[in-house]
Design a protein around this ligand. Structure first.
Ligand SMILES: C[S@@+](CC[C@H](N)C(=O)[O-])C[C@H]1O[C@@H](n2cnc3c(N)ncnc32)[C@H](O)[C@@H]1O
Length: 251
């Protein structure tokens, strides 16, 4: 809302400038079209209850990262051969993958899906896929080398390589300061949007976590609804997104 107000004020100022000088009106109109703000909505709710409120195929694309059921929901993460471990509040959300009802709802409300961790619960997605996505984390030590995402797309298997190895990240000059035990890189989500999203598509993420996806969506101009059930994660994720927006406004 604040962005929209800012944009409106900016356009009004530029129109005024154009009227009071001899400048043509073309430049302000151009700037307005470049500065479109995406609609990014955060919901502190249970995702099944949220999806139940939506009609069939309401979303064009679902990009989701559910619990894998591997107990990585806090405590010390990292720190084997790559520096100090980070200590996260221990939670209970990664005991089991979501129930079948979750997948039924997800496939009902969305036209296409990208589902991370599906190798852990493939029996709950009863469809073959030509197009698994491989995220190569360039890892060594005790971490998994890659993460896999099942997709509903008909294209070929694709790989995205982005180092995410404890303290070591692909872009060490602009490191992502993690706030969540299973946080994914913003660049991974940007890559997904660039390759699997088209202008005008509405996206849902049912398991927001750190809201890395919200920052990526903002950068790529994607309209997105995000659910996160945990209040502590939710508040931290919204704060992180607001900080990002504030920094963007300074430039
Ligand atoms: C694997 S993490 C997602 C991490 C995220 N992709 C990121 O980059 O930070 C799964 C998240 O789903 C949340 N969650 C678990 N069950 C949920 C539910 N029923 N509804 C909404 N969120 C849920 C957990 O609190 C956790 O933050």
């Amino acid at each position: 809302m604040a962005d929209l107000e800012l944009l409106t004020i900016k356009i009004q100022r530029m129109i005024l400038d154009a009227q009071t000088t001899d400048k043509p009106l073309t430049p302000p109109l151009l700037i307005a079209s470049v500065s479109r703000c995406p609609s990014i909505n955060f919901f502190n709710v249970d995702n099944i209850e949220f999806m139940k409120t939506k009609p069939d195929k309401y979303y064009d694309l679902a990009i989701v990262d559910p619990p894998y059921g591997i107990d990585k929901d806090g405590g010390k993460i990292g720190g084997d051969n790559c520096g100090k471990a980070k200590n996260y509040t221990k939670k209970e959300w990664d005991k089991t993958p979501p129930p079948q009802e979750y997948f039924n709802e997800l496939l009902r409300v969305s036209k296409n899906q990208i589902i991370f961790g599906a190798n852990h619960f493939i029996s709950r997605i009863p469809f073959n896929s030509n197009c698994w996505i491989v995220w190569d984390k360039d890892n060594t030590g005790n971490f998994a080398d890659c993460e896999l995402a099942w997709t509903s797309f008909d294209t070929a298997v694709r790989k995205f390589k982005w180092r995410w190895n404890g303290m070591l990240q692909q872009n060490m000059k602009d490191k992502q300061d993690r706030i969540h035990p299973t946080e994914k890189p913003i660049q991974l989500y940007q890559w997904l949007f660039i390759n699997y999203w088209e202008k005008g598509m509405k996206v849902i993420d049912t398991h927001g976590g750190s809201f890395s996806i919200a920052i990526a969506a903002d950068k790529e101009n994607v309209d997105l609804d995000i659910c996160e059930i945990d209040k502590e994660y939710f508040d931290a994720g919204v704060k992180r997104y607001e900080t990002f927006k504030r920094q963007m406004r300074l430039f």
